[in-house]
Ligand binder design. Structure first.
Ligand code: ZN
Length: 445
């Protein structure tokens, strides 16, 4: 019964959203609707290196003030020019773990001369595309979260979630998150939120299915070094630094080939294998016009960008490097610089379960299905996001941005999102917010 009524309400909301004027004429521009509000948010330049966080936060606070029962709080965890906005939709049972919807305020820079339209004008083309830096990454979700709550409230003024819903807008994700989400998760304010589950940003999908991400890959910067006796270029002898390095490079490249073959055969996705790409070689004795040719060098170095999915045991990977890639018996040494965590505080792989063992996953998946959407096979994100900071605390976190049939344009020139895709995303979040916030935890065992 409740489900039927819920669907009817949603249909009317959908109709309302779809009937809103999508083209931007000067008059209509003055009217506030989901598209004009999204465009106004996009017009606030929060691109590095000088993101205007204050304007973005003020804009979001003003919008949140139009939605009944929402509370806002601005946190300054570093400097006054890096605010973090927290918006709260209080639940009827504050003792239950809360849900967090996260997005970042900042974006990467844009080169206006390479764009069809100014990246901060949020140009709305006649075919429905909204061009702006941040349209996909990730100002869309930041506004959709609020629009979804506004819409839920509109269809049922008395609707109150069981669990509290928080929405966070964090600075500096695009430059590592160290003065943003990393500080937030360490704060007393974050601990007091008692977060049980997080949705963070995902990526567009070029087909009809939504993508969802349960982990990030973690980068290792590996430098291996071979040392040996120097020798005249004419002499053949064993164990020169160059010979030993060449053997190692062969072994690494064979490993790389095996991993890449899994991708080419369709057995694994790019982000599910270990990538090991050579990025530099340093050898030889330089002269003003080139290199000394009759001299075999005593030292050779090679650098590799290695990316590990959380499914790989880092200890096994280290052993492989010690025994095969840079073995001491070949006079080799190595150095690994870990650029991100691989394990949570309990020592578990940094990933969120996407099966029935994780009740949040089941509720999320069902909400997508109820909205008429379909999820593709859960993926590991090839790059990193702020989600890793929550996963480190052991909080289940999924990356999700409802953009299907959309080219992947994050960080690219002419980043755009279609108005219809944006509006559909609001409906999807209505389902998700309703389902997660009313989840009573009965299926927790
Ligand atoms: Zn992003």
């Amino acid at each position: 019964m409740a489900t039927t009524r819920h669907h009817l309400q949603l249909i009317s909301v959908v109709t309302l959203l779809l009937s809103l004027p999508l083209s931007a004429t000067p008059n209509k521009e003055q009217q506030s609707n989901p598209i004009s509000r999204f465009r106004n948010y996009l017009k606030i330049n929060t691109a590095h290196p000088t993101p205007n966080y204050t304007a973005a936060v003020n804009y979001l606070i003003a919008f949140a003030a139009t939605i009944p029962t929402l509370k806002t709080q601005t946190l300054y965890l570093t400097t006054p020019d890096k605010p973090l906005l927290l918006i709260t939709y209080p639940g009827s049972n504050p003792t239950l773990p809360a849900i967090l919807f996260n997005s970042h305020l900042d974006s990467v820079p844009a080169e206006p001369s390479k764009w069809l339209h100014n990246p901060f004008s949020a140009h709305h083309s006649t075919d429905g595309k909204i061009y702006a830096r941040g349209a996909q990454d990730d100002k869309c979700i930041g506004m959709q979260y609020l629009e979804a709550i506004k819409s839920l409230k509109k269809s049922n003024l008395n609707y109150t979630p069981l669990r509290t819903v928080h929405i966070s807008y964090v600075p500096d994700e695009e430059i590592g998150g160290f003065n943003g989400m990393a500080k937030f998760v360490e704060s007393k304010e974050f601990k007091e939120l008692n977060i049980g589950f997080v949705l963070d940003e995902g990526q567009a999908s070029v087909n009809d299915e939504f993508r969802v991400f349960y982990a990030d890959r973690s980068p290792w910067h590996l430098v291996i070094k071979a040392e040996g006796e120097p020798g005249h270029g004419s002499r053949m002898f064993d164990n020169s630094a160059m010979e030993n390095m060449m053997k190692s490079v062969e072994v690494v490249m064979k490993f790389r080939e095996n991993q890449f073959d899994l991708v080419k055969a369709g057995v694994a996705m790019n982000s599910e294998v270990v990538s090991a790409n050579p990025v530099f070689f340093k050898a030889g004795i330089e002269t003003p016009s080139g290199f000394v040719m009759n001299m075999q060098p005593s030292e050779v170095m090679a650098g590799f960008d290695v990316r590990l999915p959380p499914t790989v045991d880092p200890d096994l990977m280290r052993r492989r490097i010690v025994e095969e890639w840079a073995p001491a018996w070949r006079n080799m040494t190595y150095e690994i610089t870990e650029k991100g965590p691989l394990r949570d505080y309990m020592g578990r792989p940094l990933m969120t379960a996407t099966n029935d063992s994780n009740p949040w996953w089941s509720v999320f998946k069902q909400a997508i299905e109820e909205s008429g959407g379909k999820l593709s096979r859960p993926e590991i994100l090839p790059s990193t996001t702020d989600a890793r900071f929550m996963r480190q605390l052991g909080i289940p976190t999924l990356g999700f941005s409802p953009m299907k049939n959309t080219p992947i344009l994050l960080h690219d020139h002419n980043e755009f999102l279609k108005d219809s895709v944006y509006l559909e995303g609001i409906q999807i979040y209505e389902h998700i917010i309703r389902a997660l916030s009313s989840f009573d935890g009965a299926s927790f065992t």
